[in-house]
Design a protein around this ligand. Structure first.
Ligand SMILES: Cc1ncc(COP(=O)(O)O)c(C=O)c1O
Length: 404
C-alpha cells in the first residue's frame, strides 16, 4: 500500500480509504441490510471493499456506487473494511469477521474438518474452545486430543498417531501462558498434511504474526486486544491461502454468524490504537510480574517475560513483546485466591481480557469452569490478570493491598 506497510500505519489505514461517496476519513457504519441493484441479476463481481468505487469500474460509471454489495449477511462495506484491515495486519490473503470468537472457531472447524477427522488441541486451551470440541464437534464426529502444545515432540507424536487434520494452537496459552514453537509446529503440520491453526488472541498481530512463521490460519477473539475497550464481542479468521478464504466466506454467508456493522466499526476503531496499547500492556504486565515474583504470599508466577519462564527464549524470538496477561498462584491455596480476587479495587473481577482496564479472575471457577474434571482442568488456586493500561504504580499498589 502506498502509505507504507508498517504495522502502525496498516492498523490505521488498511481497508480504510476515505469513504468514496462522502470523503469521510473513517469508514462509516453502513447500517443497512440490502442494496439497490443496477438490474435483475445485475450485481457486478463480489464485495469489492470501500476502494472498489465506481471510478475504477466503467460499468458503474455515473452511479457513484461502491460496487459489489447485495445483502449484508454476504458482505457489508464496514465489515469489508475490517476484514481487509485484519488480513493486512496478519499478513494473510483474506480476513473474515464473525459475530464472536466462538463463531469463528466453529466456522473454521466446520469448513476444514469432516466427520471422522481428528484435531490436536492445547491441554490448557481456552475453556470455550474445549467445550466446543468436547460438547459440539465430537457429537458431529470430529475427535480431539489435548496435548501439551509447548512440547513439540509430543505434538509430532500425537499428530502421527491419529493422522490429525488440524493442530490447534494458542500461544501464549490461556490461562497457563505456555509458549508453542510456531516454526517447528508448522513444519510438523506440513509434513503430516495437517493445518496449523493459531489462536492469536493473547498476543494480537502486533506482538506475533503466526502466518509469517508458517501457520495456515490465524484466529482471533476480536473481543479482546483488537477491540481493546471491553465494548464489543467479535471474532475473526485470517488465512494464508485464498482458496480456503473463499471456502470460509462461503460458510460465513451460508450460516450467517457475521460481525454486524457497528461491531465491525468499533473493532476497527480499537485496532487503530492497538500498537500503542500493546506497548503499555506489556510494560505494565512486566512490572506486575516482577512485583508478584518478589511478594512473600505468592508462589509461582507465569509470565513469558520472566527469564524463569520455560518459554521465555522462544517467546523473545517469535514475539515482539511478552503480552499483557499474567497468571499466578498463592502459597495459601484456592480460598485465599478467591479472597484476593474479591479484594482488588482497581482490577475488576470479571471474565474476558485485553481491554484498557485491568481485570482479575479465578479461571477454575470462571473462564475455565467448563473444563472442570477434564484433562484441561486448571489449578483451582490460579489467578489470571489481564493487565490494563492504567498507571503501573496504581496497579501494583492495588495488588499489594489485595494480597495483604
Ligand atoms: C483465547 C481465546 N480464544 C477464543 C475465545 C472466544 O472468543 P469470544 O468470547 O469472542 O467468543 C476466547 C474468549 O475468552 C479466548 O480467550
Amino acid at each position: 500500500m502506498a502509505r507504507g506497510d508498517s504495522f502502525e500505519t496498516l492498523a490505521i489505514h488498511a481497508g480504510q480509504e476515505p469513504d468514496p461517496l462522502t470523503g469521510a476519513v473513517v469508514p462509516p457504519i453502513y447500517q443497512v441490510s440490502t442494496y439497490k441493484q443496477d438490474g435483475v441479476g445485475g450485481l457486478r463481481g463480489g464485495a469489492a471493499g470501500l476502494r472498489g468505487d465506481a471510478a475504477g469500474d466503467p460499468a458503474a460509471a455515473g452511479t457513484g456506487w461502491v460496487d459489489g454489495y447485495e445483502y449484508s449477511r454476504t458482505a457489508n462495506p464496514t465489515r469489508t473494511a475490517l476484514e481487509e484491515c485484519l488480513a493486512a495486519l496478519e499478513g494473510g490473503t483474506r480476513g473474515i469477521a464473525f459475530a464472536s470468537g466462538m463463531a469463528a472457531e466453529d466456522a473454521l472447524v466446520r469448513t476444514v474438518c469432516s466427520p471422522g477427522d481428528h484435531v490436536i488441541i492445547p491441554d490448557d486451551a481456552y475453556g470455550g474452545t474445549f467445550r466446543l470440541f468436547s460438547k459440539v464437534h465430537e457429537r458431529w464426529g470430529v475427535s480431539y486430543a489435548p496435548v501439551r502444545i509447548s512440547d513439540s515432540a509430543a505434538v509430532r507424536e500425537a499428530v502421527a498417531q491419529r493422522r490429525a487434520r488440524v493442530i490447534w494452537v494458542e500461544t501464549p496459552t490461556n490461562p497457563l501462558l505456555g509458549i508453542a514453537d510456531l516454526s517447528t509446529l508448522s513444519g510438523i503440520a506440513r509434513d503430516a498434511g495437517a493445518l496449523l491453526v493459531v489462536d492469536n488472541t493473547f498476543a494480537s498481530p502486533y506482538l506475533q504474526r503466526p502466518l509469517w512463521l508458517g501457520a495456515d490460519v490465524v484466529l482471533h477473539s476480536t473481543t479482546k486486544y483488537l477491540g481493546g475497550h471491553s465494548d464489543v464481542v467479535g471474532g475473526a479468521i485470517v488465512v494464508a491461502d485464498a482458496g480456503l478464504g473463499e471456502q470460509l466466506a462461503f460458510y460465513q454467508n451460508a450460516t450467517g454468524a457475521v460481525a454486524g456493522s457497528f461491531d465491525a466499526w468499533l473493532t476497527m476503531r480499537g485496532i487503530k490504537t492497538l500498537a500503542v496499547r500493546m506497548d503499555r500492556h506489556c510494560a505494565n504486565a512486566a512490572r506486575i510480574a516482577e512485583m508478584l515474583t518478589a511478594h512473600p504470599a505468592v508462589g509461582q508466577v507465569l509470565y513469558p517475560g520472566l527469564p524463569s519462564h520455560p518459554g521465555h527464549e522462544l517467546a523473545a524470538k517469535q514475539m515482539r513483546g511478552f503480552g499483557g496477561m499474567v497468571s499466578f498462584q498463592l502459597k495459601a491455596g484456592a480460598e485465599q485466591a478467591a479472597t484476593v480476587c474479591a479484594r482488588t479495587r482497581l482490577f475488576t473481577l470479571a471474565e474476558s481480557l485485553g481491554g484498557v482496564e485491568s481485570l482479575i479472575e479465578l479461571p477454575s471457577r470462571m473462564t475455565h469452569a467448563s473444563a472442570a474434571g477434564s484433562p484441561l482442568a486448571v489449578p483451582d488456586d490460579l489467578i489470571r490478570l489481564s493487565v490494563g493500561i492504567e498507571n503501573a504504580d496504581d496497579l501494583v499498589e492495588d495488588l499489594r493491598q489485595a494480597l495483604g
